[in-house]
Design a protein around this ligand. Structure first.
Ligand code: ADP
Length: 567
């Protein structure tokens, strides 16, 4: 709100007074025709002739009863400008003839205060508001008695409105400053802080007055901003504006507050001399923290990437080494297996001869020992054969001899090799008899090996009185045949089922399985072989009910092996 610039404020709406021509512009209504003491007035007029009146302002003199004694030309002009609205106190020709009580309140004020009374009067003329400053002063005789009142009216509308505007603008900018997250500062020509806005106090937590009089460097330091610029000092030297100069304040708890200072130089309007800077400080602490954090993350990522690349290279080297080590291992195993098999076959052969007493009669105990030697030798030979197979498969050196084979011949051969063991165990083997005319394309030795392995497992894992068998299912569309070796044995738990094809996997979770011989390589090798021959090996099993191992083999192209013989 605009400040009240004058002592008093009386508002007279002249429009309301026009109806009565006796009304004056200022003060209360004027009644005319009253007599007044001419002697006293003459005394005043006499006095007035000795007073220098400022002709640039409307001027009047009134007797103590409110009668207007004198007005100047300016007053008359103003009166005319106001047309039918007269400024107080009435028409000029009435001066000296009428009692004009309209100025009575003014006169009373002057008499009461015994000094000059100032009043601001707002006058509505043709709907527009004008503000007049009235100065009403006592006129005294030689005995210092007040004998009249003289006054001037000054049109101060422009000044008053100017002050009001200025106040409004200032209030507006104060609102902006309060609402802004930035703070404002003023420095003198020596760069000493002259003023700081309240916002600075809110951010720094210390009264702004503590910093007034000091230079920025005394409570903080300048630094490079995010663009790597430090423009402030150079700009100040050459009295130029600067933007985004980083300014850092260390807080008592050790953390840093960061600001961007931007300012413009101020020059004296009249002399043109440099008189300081005016500017704004923006709190950029969190922005810098975010940038720092992002930089940290990027550096971390970069080092992670470097580490990853390094590890990858190491992995490549290791994998290269592992591949060549595996190759070397497999080559070694293949060579060793050959070397081992020859003496092992001799051991087995001689043990068999002792068992059968080929070289003469032996003590029962020795026959038993010979049997143990043979069995152990055969187990060892099986193991070596399996290891050799794995080595050959893994080194990619497996060579297959694919032929068209009569499936029933092949199955019969495999069944025959397990028949004795099945019979000895008292298993029902009726379902092992298979009649088929199917011709498959496979490696004879390897497919037999698969079937022997599946059948020997079926025998091994089926308890006395159980059944084992073979079933076939041809798919002429897919041109393949499924050979399923099934049993009503112990079955395989779901958790083990997923692992039976892994190398060296043997189910150890039931007593029965532990009593069985084996290497845990048979199924692994069988599946690899089946796949290499263009088929597969799968299993379905329910623990306690039995298992069904199915080997899929491609069928020959509708031509049987027998037919081939005639071509
Ligand atoms: P192993 O030479 O030990 O028999 P395999 O690879 O042929 O090795 O078999 C792996 C494991 O799978 C066996 O030890 C056994 O636990 C399980 N298994 C294989 N066939 C059967 C089956 N017909 N019934 C139950 N378990 C079986």
């Amino acid at each position: 709100m605009a400040e009240k610039p004058f002592h008093d404020q009386k508002i007279v709406d002249l429009a309301n007074h026009r109806a009565d021509p006796a009304d004056g512009a200022f003060g209360a209504s004027i009644t005319r025709g009253q007599e007044h003491t001419l002697a006293a007035n003459e005394q005043v007029m006499d006095l007035l002739s000795h007073i220098l009146v400022d002709e640039s302002l409307p001027f009047y003199v009134t007797a103590l009863d409110g009668t207007v004694l004198q007005v100047n030309d300016f007053y008359k002009k103003l009166d005319e400008a106001l047309r039918d609205v007269s400024l107080a106190p009435g028409q000029v020709e009435h001066v000296g003839k009428y009692a004009v009580p309209s100025l009575k309140p003014v006169v009373e004020d002057v008499l009461a205060s015994d000094t000059t009374v100032r009043s601001e009067e707002v006058v509505h003329i043709n709907g527009r508001e004008r503000v007049f400053l009235g100065r009403h002063s006592p006129i005294r005789n030689e005995r210092k008695e007040i004998i009249a009142v003289a006054g001037t009216y000054e049109d101060v509308t422009v000044q008053v409105r100017g002050i009001e505007e200025a106040n409004k603008t200032q209030a507006r900018f104060q609102d902006f400053a309060r609402a802004s997250s930035d703070w404002f500062f003023e420095c003198d020509d020596n760069m000493r802080i002259r003023s700081l806005s309240d916002r600075f106090t809110a951010i720094v937590g210390q009264p702004a007055s503590l910093f007034v009089g000091s230079k920025f460097e005394q409570f903080g330091r300048l630094g490079e901003n995010l663009d790597g610029r430090i423009d402030g000092p150079k700009a100040i030297q050459s009295r130029k504006p600067f933007r985004e100069q980083l300014f850092i304040i260390n807080e008592p708890n050790g953390s840093e507050l960061k600001f961007h200072l931007s300012a413009v130089p101020v020059f004296d309007r009249t002399t043109g001399d440099f008189s300081g800077y005016r500017g704004v400080g923006m709190d950029v602490t969190s922005r810098y923290e975010q940038v720092e954090e992002a930089r940290g993350i990027r550096e971390n990522l970069e080092s992670l990437l470097a580490e990853l690349t390094r590890k990858n290279m190491a992995l490549d080297i290791a994998s290269e080494q592992a591949t060549s080590a595996l190759r070397a291992k497999n080559e070694f195993l293949a060579a060793m297996s050959h070397e081992l098999r020859t003496p092992l076959n001799a051991i087995i052969g001689f043990a068999e001869a002792f068992e059968q007493q080929t070289f003469g009669k032996l003590d029962e105990a020795y026959i038993g020992y010979a049997k143990d030697i043979r069995k152990s030798g055969q187990h060892l030979l099986g193991l070596i054969n399996d290891i050799l197979d794995v080595a050959v498969i893994e080194s990619g050196g497996l060579s297959l001899k694919i032929d068209d084979l009569s499936l029933d011949v092949l199955i019969e051969k495999a069944v025959h090799m397990n028949m004795e063991a099945a019979r000895q165990k008292g298993l029902n083997i009726d379902a092992l008899e298979v009649v088929t005319e199917a011709v498959v394309r496979a490696d004879d030795r390897r497919l037999t090996q698969i079937l022997v392995n599946l059948l020997s497992n079926a025998v091994k894992f089926t308890k006395e009185g159980g059944s084992i068998g073979i079933s076939l299912s041809e798919d002429s569309v897919k041109k393949q045949v499924d050979i399923t070796v099934w049993d009503t044995g112990i079955g395989i738990s779901a958790s083990n089922l997923a692992h039976v094809f892994e190398k060296f996997h043997q189910v150890k979770d039931h007593i029965y399985s532990r009593s069985q011989e084996g290497t845990g390589l048979g199924l692994h090798i069988s599946r690899e072989l089946a796949r290499k021959m263009g088929g597969d090996l799968t299993v379905v099993s329910v623990e306690g009910e039995g298992s069904r191992f199915t080997v899929t083999v491609p069928l020959a192209d509708g031509v049987s092996a027998d037919d081939l013989d005639f071509i």
